[in-house]
Design a protein around this ligand. Structure first.
Ligand SMILES: [Zn+2]
Length: 313
């Protein structure tokens, strides 16, 4: 697993690079843009005076601060008048939440979600077990479904979309999609996971078969951590029911994983070809109750022909 101090070190280096790039741009503007040097000097002077006055004379410090702000406005005006973007001298933030510091919160500093995400994703990055995400809500196309399904699929799409938009404050913690192969279950899982990732949360999508591989390696005593699967804020489990059924592994590990996640208040998405009654038969009541608890899960039926075969077949 990636280590926290390495990640934070990389963040510091990135911020330094950004700062150097800004200094280079400023030096260039001093030469090429008349008036810039004077404004920048005045800004720096006001800024320095503000810092000096901060402890002794808050009133004066405030006035210097306002002076510095005026200079920044002047500089923006000068830049845009000469075709530069207004934020030409601002750092480019990779993460707007923490501004690449790795921490958020004023009084109480907490690790930013971008750092937590990196820590979790790196855990399996080399393994190819985590699904890549190519789908997003914008590319969802209702026309792949038969027309009589449009009203229903529109509702399903809306439910998934609002789940992703409101994450982690969703109406219910979990979603269970069931229905035949190739009717868009996996696609919508990807859409949700991608949106949740884009909002800075940790999320991963994995097939039940690959999950089983992790369980089996772990069971053999190999050095495989299941912690990221427990810790990730959103886990999407695809194709449940296609994994091998192996004594002491499949049901036991899956139950423990789901149970741990429920206890931690984590969100879980599941897509399966099995109907709820088949889930009970296949995995037993105890595990089924973790999957199909209607208090905690929206259970959504998918219908239609296999979309991957094309509409006319
Ligand atoms: Zn961040």
């Amino acid at each position: 697993m990636a280590n926290l101090s390495d990640i934070l070190m990389e963040y510091t280096q990135y911020r330094d690079e950004q700062q150097r790039a800004i200094e280079t741009k400023k030096a260039e503007l001093q030469r090429s843009l008349p008036g810039f040097g004077e404004l920048e000097n005045a800004r720096q002077k006001a800024q320095l005076s503000r810092v000096r006055a901060a402890l002794l004379d808050p009133e004066k410090a405030k006035a210097y601060g306002e002076e510095a702000d005026r200079m920044i406005e002047e500089i923006h005006r000068l830049l845009t008048a000469h075709g530069y973007p207004e934020d030409y001298l601002e750092p480019v933030h990779r993460c707007p939440l923490c501004r690449d510091t790795g921490y958020v919160g004023r009084k109480e500093k907490r690790l930013c979600s971008c750092v937590r995400k990196t820590l979790l994703m790196d855990a399996y990055a080399q393994s190819n077990l985590i699904d890549p995400l190519h789908q997003n809500f914008e590319s969802f196309d209702l026309h792949v479904y038969d027309e009589e399904l449009w009203p229903y699929m529109t509702k399903v799409h809306e439910l998934c979309y609002s789940y992703a938009e409101n994450f982690p404050h969703t109406e219910k913690k979990n979603l269970l999609f069931f229905g035949p192969t190739g009717v868009g279950k996996s696609y919508l899982l990807s859409c949700i996971v991608k949106r949740v990732l884009d909002e800075g949360h940790s999320a991963m999508k994995i097939t039940a078969f690959n999950l089983f591989e992790l369980f089996r390696s772990r069971h053999r005593g190999e050095n495989v951590s299941l912690t990221p699967l427990v810790e990730t804020e959103l886990l999407a489990l695809d194709d449940l029911g296609t994994e091998p059924m192996m004594n002491n592994i499949t049901v036991e590990y899956l139950f423990n994983l789901l149970n741990e996640r429920i206890q931690r208040g984590r969100h879980t998405l599941v897509a399966t070809n099995l109907a709820p009654s088949q889930i009970k038969r296949h995995y037993g009541e105890r595990l089924a109750s973790r999957l199909i608890n209607l208090e905690a899960a929206h259970v959504i039926r998918f219908e239609g022909r296999d979309l991957r075969l094309g509409k006319n077949q």
